[in-house]
Design a protein around this ligand. Structure first.
Ligand code: SF4
Length: 96
């Protein structure tokens, strides 16, 4: 996107933001993914440079979704069985 002698090239930055560096909202797979707000989208390099033409790796997506499901499960269990632990984990301080 630039070099040390001439600095950042705005045209290259614009191209990157619309192509390999585009956010998850602009990737087809991510736009349909429930985990997108947790994930934030794939690694740009992995999605663009490893022969996937911008598609995230299915293995990566499976791992991210599994982590999201585990986090939701844990929050649900703590909410029912140990609500103070959940508040502590989230850093929420409730004064009564
Ligand atoms: S899990 Fe995969 S499809 Fe879902 S937002 Fe992340 S990279 Fe995109």
């Amino acid at each position: 996107m630039g070099d040390l002698d001439s600095g950042i090239d705005p045209d290259n930055v614009k191209w990157f933001g619309n192509a390999p560096g585009r956010p998850y909202e602009k990737r087809d797979e991510c736009a349909m993914c429930w985990s997108a707000p947790l994930c934030g989208g794939p690694c740009f390099a992995c999605a663009e440079l490893l022969g996937r033409a911008g598609s995230p790796s299915p293995d990566y997506c499976s791992m991210v979704r599994s982590e999201g499901e585990a986090a939701i499960w844990l929050a649900d269990v703590l909410k029912d069985e140990h609500p103070q632990l959940l508040l502590d984990l989230l850093g929420v301080n409730i004064e009564v």
